[in-house]
Design a protein around this ligand. Structure first.
Ligand code: SAM
Length: 240
């Protein structure tokens, strides 16, 4: 039976967010994020459009908020290395299970993994040229969203920008994810929360119109392919 996707299912909780989630399944979920992100999050496009031009102008400081298993950071590190460019990349997540697994699986990428909340970095006065997140927004309550937007805006330097990437809720996205992951449910994705949590995520996600109605002035919402949203804020002197 297809769920009702007319409104956000904010009361649903993803299995990976449970404090007593099976650790082996959770770690296998972090491992498999790389496959999912390669298909739906397309870090190569993010790198070419937003990171490489800045990295060519000088060393960039990148912060990934809610980094989970850290694969987006490692993918960016690999693109930069391939192009002979350098950056300081920080993966941030308040869940020590995620940061523990990610640090142990850095594979020489040189990413800095930090188990902390965004407000701790704000209090410390830290700033970054690029502040990113991927698949974070739909995890948050309205109050948490407001706090994360406020914090990430403050964490971006005046020449930097913030880009929160997430799924756009729609019947099509749900049907595509359900059909696309079904053949892999008993092999590639077995023993992970990817399929179950992915479907819950889509139900928890925003549409572009909902997100626009929720965010403060200065933030812009862009729609992308496949079923993607980008919530963006640019510093007063943001460079291309
Ligand atoms: C679905 S995972 C996404 C992981 C990774 N960004 C990716 O795309 O593969 C969401 C992550 O957000 C983290 N998270 C939840 N609430 C957060 C908050 N308020 N601030 C920062 N991270 C948070 C969770 O611990 C979890 O690791």
């Amino acid at each position: 039976m297809r769920p009702d996707l007319a409104a956000r299912a904010v009361d649903l909780r993803e299995l990976m967010d449970e404090p007593d989630a099976d650790l082996r399944m959770l770690e296998h979920t972090y491992r498999r994020f790389r496959v999912v992100n390669a298909v739906v999050s397309r870090p190569g496009a993010l790198y070419r459009r937003d990171i490489r031009p800045r990295a060519r102008a000088g060393r960039v400081r990148i912060l990934d908020v809610g980094a989970g298993g850290g694969d987006l950071c490692r993918a960016l590190a690999a693109f930069l290395r391939r192009d002979g460019l350098t950056a300081d990349i920080t993966a941030l997540d308040p869940d020590e299970r995620a940061m523990g697994w990610a640090a142990a699986n850095d594979g020489g990428a040189g990413v800095h993994y930090r188990c902390a909340a965004t407000d701790e970095l704000v209090t410390a006065g830290e700033t970054f040229d690029v502040v990113l997140s991927n698949h974070l927004l739909h995890h948050l309550t309205a109050d948490q969203l407001s706090a994360v937007l406020d914090d990430t805006r403050q964490l971006a330097s005046s020449t930097g920008f913030v880009a929160h990437h997430d799924i756009a809720r729609s019947r099509g996205a749900y049907a595509l994810f359900a059909a696309g992951t079904l053949p892999f449910a008993r092999n590639l994705l077995a023993g992970s929360f990817i399929r179950v949590d992915g479907l819950l995520s889509i139900r928890r996600s925003y549409t572009a119109a909902e997100l626009r109605a929720q965010v403060p002035q200065g933030w812009t919402v862009r729609s992308g392919f496949p079923a993607r949203l980008q919530l963006r804020w640019e510093g007063a002197r943001a460079r291309p």
